[in-house]
Design a protein around this ligand. Structure first.
Ligand code: MLT
Length: 238
């Protein structure tokens, strides 16, 4: 049996990191939901970059760039971070450079593990089945908000923990996994009510970017497993 752990912030990741574990990066509102949407619409790869300058340099070289800070699209970017931006029309067959406030940095910090995977409600079953075949420990890494805890990633961590435990290939002795599981079990029948108290929900509302929330909470709307190859996210074979 392999162990599941949940890390609630990129700032805590040093305490969890394990080169033999798969790390599932989670940023439900909105980075990882957008990445899954992009792969379900046939993007070739997504190159996550940490800084605005790196994203700008790619733009100068002619790359398609999706980038935001604090939710707002950067002025030079082709589009921002709504999953609706990653339509088939915009991304099919393309390599997209991607820079976001929390999500893309979180992918980079997990790079020295067995594999970095992208998790969202939209790919939760496909992801569970993929991981269950691998016989390795799993760390669910919440992107949070600027290193702080957030509810939306934590409740997703609970949902994924529940599904992984149900495969009987995993166990957990991790208090943060148990807490996430509890949060999920108490709220799974009305997830939207829980999300409505989240700080990110309010930030998105203020910026009129909250039209994608129900979309981001929809379970199993796609069957992709994006995986980081050290440079870019690509589609893992499922
Ligand atoms: C992020 O990666 O920081 C978030 O997804 C931010 C957002 O999309 O508003």
């Amino acid at each position: 049996m392999n162990r599941i752990e949940v890390c609630y912030s990129p700032a805590l990741f040093d305490l969890y990191k394990n080169k033999d574990a798969y790390v599932v990066v989670v940023d439900v509102l909105r980075a990882t939901s957008s990445i899954c949407t992009a792969f379900s619409h046939g993007v070739s790869s997504i190159i996550p970059v940490k800084t605005r300058d790196e994203a700008y340099a790619y733009k100068q070289k002619g790359f398609l760039v999706a980038a935001e800070r604090d939710g707002i699209k950067l002025d030079f970017a082709d589009f921002g971070n709504s999953p609706y931006n990653f339509s088939k029309e915009n991304v099919f067959g393309k390599h997209v450079v991607y820079s976001t406030t929390n999500g893309t940095k979180t992918i980079q910090i997990a790079a020295h593990s067995k594999g970095v995977l992208i998790g969202a409600f939209s790919n939760i079953s496909t992801l569970t089945n993929w991981i269950a075949k691998k016989n390795a420990p799993v760390i669910i890494l919440c992107a949070g908000w600027k290193n702080k805890y957030n509810i939306e990633d934590s409740v997703f961590a609970g949902a994924l923990t529940e599904r992984l435990l149900a495969t009987n290939a995993f166990y957990t002795d991790c208090d943060s996994a148990h807490a996430a599981l509890d949060l999920w079990k108490h709220n799974k029948h009305d997830l939207r009510a829980l999300i409505d108290i989240c700080a990110q929900r309010e930030r998105l509302r203020k910026n009129k970017l909250d039209d994608c929330i129900d979309f981001c909470l929809q379970l199993d709307s796609c069957n992709v497993v994006p995986i980081f190859n050290g440079t870019a996210l690509v589609n893992a074979e499922i």
